[in-house]
Design a protein around this ligand. Structure first.
Ligand SMILES: [Ca+2]
Ligand SMILES: [Ca+2]
Ligand SMILES: [Ca+2]
Ligand SMILES: [Ca+2]
Length: 560
């Protein structure tokens, strides 16, 4: 067949440049200097290589001032029993979105003056006033900041009872209502027993005769913690004596999600070098306290295929195959492959990472931040991974494993996860010491952008440029009887399902709004919302016009 003129020109240009024309990248990198973001993570790396230095940081995408535009929070290290900075200590940073692609550092003005060895964060409206409150986790302390509704926060840590934790190194955190009170409770992952005073454990010598970051096996594990929200800004430790306390882990990731569709939140916890935990909510006891059963082993999410514990870091929940049952994802260390646990709908799971292609693609990767999100708005949940090795000296002992690793992006194509990192843009080819990852619509375009934090470096902000003409619907849920953030809500539209989970990823918090991908169908959509307990409401909203955000208030829809 004679080539058409277009084919001929394409072939000629290929011959001329020696490569196919590059498609437009799916994500472009925001120029941080131009955007006004100068914050960098300081990992406080010492010659002793104290382990907390290697673990952070996380970030949050949330609208602290309720102007409808997502702002950014970055967590930093800081003074600690093992680190006394000589100059100005590292600090966290809050950046207000100026709605024009730039951001303004408002940290001091907002009163976020925590000075400690921070790790991660969680965002939740603890007092149901419509203004997001903030938790910072880290080594030695957590901080709870109540939103004053005027662009500032008040540190209520001591008043809330969070100033004396039984486990002193917290990492990821998640909010969910575990008692049906309509208030958000707080789950705090605890990592390892590093010690509270010198001398601190330090692992040496490696082949270079230098100290290196200890593997977590060196340390004893800790109990994660559940704090119940008592109202009036007070929290009460409620995990003592429960399976949450009895399950000694090395927890780095947590997601609060309902895995057996009984309307109550379960907690899935990714542990480093010990088995993962799955705490199933078994209802309330006579004192209205939640009862828990840990079923990690029986449910087959605890260990890898050959029975070994893996190095779980990030944890994620999402209905990967759209059957109405939440599935789970865990990022692990190199040689272990990551896990995609498909929900068998009977409190057991099957690791389908090999079948979907994601296992092979992550064999040499070590992962932290993770999100199942629909980057191209076709209605199917895709996957993004923030990768890096924890040991900064790994390249001295390994030919294959790098300290800095590139991000990976996978497109969900009918049960297969096709890696599309090569089309995703130059940022996906650049190795980074990535840790936290959050997604959100930073510029209110109906596209999910991505923020990645790096250990000892600047963050990366990726603007979503995926086109394809797919339509979307944006939702802001507002609970009235249930928690105002509506964490735990279930959505149905067309033939799709989505649950609003608490936590997820690694040390980070996502945009609280929901973006539903509508594919090529631009028609207005009816959305069913099953509000979380104590609400019994199932409501239908709409038809809702595509291409914009809608506020859905509990009780304002059509009850069904
Ligand atoms: Ca804002
Ligand atoms: Ca609030
Ligand atoms: Ca599923
Ligand atoms: Ca998709």
């Amino acid at each position: 067949m004679k080539p058409s003129r277009r084919q001929f020109l394409a072939a000629a240009s290929l011959a001329a440049y020696g490569q196919a024309p590059q498609p437009k990248p799916l994500f472009t990198e925001l120029d941080l200097a131009r955007a006004g973001i100068s914050w960098k993570h300081d990992n406080a790396m010492s010659a002793q290589r104290y382990m907390p230095e290697a673990i952070g940081p996380g970030c949050a995408i949330f609208d602290y001032d309720n102007d409808g535009w997502m702002d950014l929070l970055f967590v930093n290290s800081g003074p600690s029993v093992f680190y006394q900075p000589t100059g100005a200590p590292p600090r966290c940073a809050l950046y207000k979105n100026n709605r024009d692609g730039t951001f303004t550092d408002v940290t001091a003005k907002a009163g976020l003056n925590a000075s400690f060895f921070g790790m991660g964060c969680a965002v939740g409206d603890i007092d149901n006033d419509g203004w997001p409150d903030l938790v910072l986790t880290g080594f030695g302390h957590v901080y709870l900041y109540q939103n004053n509704r005027n662009g500032t926060f008040t540190d209520i840590t001591a008043k809330a009872g969070l100033d004396k934790l039984p486990s002193n190194w917290t990492t990821s955190a998640a909010f969910a209502d575990t008692t049906g009170s309509g208030r958000l409770d707080l789950f705090l992952c605890a990592y390892v027993k590093f010690g509270e005073k010198p001398p601190f454990a330090s692992c040496g010598d490696n082949r270079l005769g230098r100290n290196f970051y200890c593997v977590p096996r060196v340390f004893e594990g800790l109990s994660s913690m559940l704090y119940l929200n008592q109202g009036n800004g007070a929290f009460r430790l409620a995990s003592t004596g429960t399976p949450i306390e009895k399950s000694l882990g090395k927890a780095l990731g947590v997601v609060a999600t309902d895995l057996n569709n009984d309307g109550r939140p379960d907690f899935f916890v990714a542990n480093d070098t010990v088995q993962n935990f799955l705490f199933m909510h078994r209802g309330l006891d006579a004192k209205k306290q939640p009862r828990w059963e840990e079923i990690g082993l029986a449910s087959e999410v605890g260990y890898g295929e050959n029975g070994q514990a893996r190095s779980g870091m990030g944890a994620e929940g999402g209905d990967f195959d759209q059957d109405g049952w939440e599935d789970l994802f865990v990022t692990n260390i190199d040689q272990e492959m990551y896990s995609l646990y498909r929900n068998n709908r009977d409190e057991t799971f099957q690791d389908i990472a090999p079948r979907t292609g994601v296992a092979q693609a992550t064999r040499l990767m070590s992962g932290w931040g993770v999100k199942l999100f629909d980057y191209d708005n076709d209605g199917n949940l895709d996957l993004i991974l923030a990768n890096a090795h924890p040991d900064d000296m790994i390249e001295n002992y390994s030919d294959k494993i790098k300290y800095r690793m590139p991000l990976q992006l996978f497109r969900n194509e009918g049960g297969k996860l096709k890696e599309v990192s090569r089309d995703a843009g130059p940022a996906f080819a650049r190795p980074m010491s990535s840790r936290g990852l959050a997604v959100g619509d930073l510029f209110n375009r109906g596209k999910l952008d991505v923020v990645v934090t790096a250990n000892g470096g600047p963050p990366l902000i990726l603007e979503n440029q995926a086109t394809g003409g797919n339509h979307w619907l944006g939702l802001k849920l507002e609970g009235v009887n249930c928690n105002r953030d509506a964490i735990g809500a279930r959505l149905r539209w067309r033939d799709k399902h989505r649950q609003r989970n608490g936590g997820g990823s690694y040390l980070s918090a996502h945009d609280p709004r929901m973006i539903l991908g509508l594919g090529s169908d631009a028609q207005a959509v009816e959305v069913e919302v099953r509000w979380p307990w104590p609400s019994k409401r199932v409501e239908e909203f709409g038809p809702l016009e595509a291409g914009k955000y809608h506020a859905l208030r509990e009780g304002a829809g059509k009850s069904i």
